[in-house]
Ligand binder design. Structure first.
Ligand code: NAP
Length: 243
């Protein structure tokens, strides 16, 4: 299996961790489909990838819409003829104490995220090529809680369990399904995180710093490669050892 032949779809591939994943996979020769809502920003990433000698396209999508996943697969097959790797990266989050969260918050930040992942995994189960890869970007919050992040942690944990079970259902085709658990990572979302939470997370990390998007992208590139063929149904901590 040559990675250079492959086609990867990266949801939320235009900014932050997703952008780093898009660029990292493209650098291996993987053709990348970037799905995000702001087409202009995504096109800038496509241009950077092309300037570096890679191949990518941007497809406008809102992953919370029911038809979005099917349309992304359709677009990837129209452009490149196949999908080998699905990177489930985009998600919607809010911060706030559980005691003040509303029913509407639950629907928007737990139910909507889990449903989007469920729809993606269901579609990927039948459309990813044999020996393909399904990679969820989850969160270290599922094992190392931070105050105010219960809704995100709950949605990610539920998604991890969908992935773990799917690994058993597609394993006979050589398809692997894994979750990557970043700790606090330097993207636009940091602007919404209180300084004391950033300081606390850093103090709980043996490597003594925040994550960078490239730290996560390198793990995803490994999971997308043939070298990871014996790893499936796992939650892989990529958080500098954060406890
Ligand atoms: N940064 C952290 O500290 C951290 C820690 C643990 C886990 N994570 C996880 O890592 C993933 C990426 O986070 P990030 O920090 O890189 O976020 P980010 O910088 O805010 O980037 C989010 C990306 O997702 C896209 N996106 C958001 N909602 C979308 C939707 N409904 N449909 C399609 N695309 C959508 C955004 O583009 P548009 O806005 O143009 O759509 C953007 O490309 C998330 O799943 C997050 O939970 C992040």
């Amino acid at each position: 299996m040559q990675v250079a032949e492959h086609v990867a779809v990266v949801t939320g591939g235009s900014r932050g961790i997703g952008r780093a994943i898009s660029e990292r996979l493209a650098a291996t020769g993987t053709r990348v489909v970037i799905g995000s809502r702001d087409q202009d920003v995504a096109e800038q990433v496509v241009d950077r990838i092309k300037e570096a000698g890679g191949l990518a396209v941007a497809v406008r999508t809102d992953i919370t819409q029911p038809a979005a996943v099917k349309e992304l697969f359709d677009s990837a097959e129209d452009y490149f003829g196949r999908v080998d790797v699905w990177v489930n990266n985009a998600s919607t989050a809010t911060a706030g104490a559980l005691s003040r969260a509303t029913d509407d918050d639950f629907d928007r930040y737990v139910a909507a995220n889990v449903r989007a992942t469920f729809v993606a995994l269901r579609e990927a189960a039948t459309r990813i090529r044999d020996h393909g890869r399904i990679i969820l970007i989850s969160s270290a919050l599922t094992v190392s809680p931070l105050p105010g992040m219960a809704l995100l942690a709950a949605g990610k944990a539920a998604s991890d369990h969908l992935a773990r079970t799917l690994a058993w259902e597609v394993g006979s085709r050589g398809i692997t399904v894994n979750s990557v658990l970043p700790g606090l990572t330097r993207t636009d979302v940091l602007a919404t995180v209180p300084p004391h939470v950033i300081a606390d997370a850093t103090a709980r990390t043996p490597l003594g710093r925040l994550g960078e998007p490239g730290d996560i992208a390198d793990v995803v590139a490994f999971l997308a490669s043939e070298a990871s063929r014996w790893i499936t149904g796992q939650t892989i901590h990529a958080a500098g050892g954060m406890i």
